[in-house]
Every structure is written in structure tokens, then in C-alpha cells.
Design a protein around this ligand. Structure first.
Ligand code: FES
Ligand code: FES
Length: 157
């Protein structure tokens, strides 16, 4: 028996009702209940970073966070990163620099870099690599991702 719980979550600025099993993770709620499938399920146990979201502006693994524990914290997913349907500066930099291959890691990478640029608009290479240390990319070898972030940092100088 896995009783369902009702939670009201703030997702990308909107209050959303979630009725899900008590054991549901935030990742389950986003993808299976709310249809927000931009947040990816990779390892489902906290290793790959594909499920990264922001909780009150801080990085969080949605696969390790119980939906019922989110409470009043504001959730930002990849769907909430661009403004007015457009690309955010981080997204634009990745696209323009050819830093996306299969794209599976990209939502988590965008969230991680967005968190970095929010607290440090001009990060150096070490800070960029550090910010990406929790996000596995099987395709790119990271070079293009790091270069895209460096270019964005350069635009702010
Ligand atoms: S799916 Fe959450 S860290 Fe891999
Ligand atoms: S672009 Fe394929 S996993 Fe990163």
C-alpha cells in the first residue's frame, strides 16, 4: 500500500497541485504527474545530474528529493529557465557554441550553469568546471560546454 499525498508545489512561479504516492520523488512529480519532462531521469540515484533543478535558487537532485518534502521552496526546472519562450543567455551560449550533442545532459547542465552565473557573472575556467562537476555528459567531453560558458563569462567582462 502506497497512499497518495496531496502537495501544492511552486513550479516555475506557478502553484501546482500534485497528487502522488508518499514515496514519489520530485522527479516523479515533475515528469509523471505534471508532464514537465525537460528534467531528465538518468541514474535515478543522485550521480548523473540529469535531474538537476533549483530549489530556492540552490541546486538539487530531483531524484533524491521527496515531492512531499519540497514544501514552500520554489522549484525552477529547465522549462522555467528561458524567458517568454526564448533562450536564456546560458542556453543561447550552448547552442551558439555547438555544445549540445545528444542533449540528454543539457537540461541539468543549463541549470547548473545558470546557478553559477547567478552568483558569479564572470566565472573563470576553474569555477565553470567546478560547477559542472556534478553533471555527467557522455558525448561532449565537456570542452564545448566549458568554452561556451567561458564565452558567456567574457561577454560580461
Ligand atoms: S537522475 Fe538524478 S542524479 Fe541522475
Ligand atoms: S550531450 Fe549527450 S550526454 Fe551530454
Amino acid at each position: 500500500m502506497n497512499p497518495k499525498l496531496h502537495s501544492v508545489l511552486t513550479i516555475n512561479g506557478e502553484r501546482r497541485d500534485v497528487l502522488a504516492p508518499a514515496s514519489a520523488t520530485l522527479l516523479d512529480a515533475l515528469r509523471s504527474v505534471l508532464g514537465l519532462t525537460g528534467t531528465k531521469r538518468g541514474c535515478n540515484h543522485g550521480v548523473c545530474g540529469a535531474c538537476t533543478v533549483l530549489l530556492d535558487g540552490k541546486l538539487a537532485r530531483a531524484c533524491l528529493t521527496l515531492a512531499a518534502d519540497v514544501g514552500e521552496r520554489a522549484v525552477v526546472t529547465i522549462e522555467g529557465i528561458g524567458g517568454n519562450g526564448g533562450l536564456s543567455p546560458v542556453q543561447r551560449a550552448l547552442v551558439e557554441h555547438g555544445a549540445i550533442q545528444c542533449g540528454f545532459c543539457t537540461p541539468g547542465v543549463v541549470i547548473a550553469l545558470s546557478e553559477l552565473f547567478a552568483r558569479d557573472p564572470r566565472p573563470d575556467r576553474g569555477a565553470i568546471r567546478g560547477a559542472l562537476s556534478g553533471n555527467l555528459c557522455r558525448c561532449s567531453g565537456y570542452a564545448k560546454i566549458v568554452e561556451a560558458a567561458e564565452r558567456l563569462a567574457g561577454e560580461a567582462r
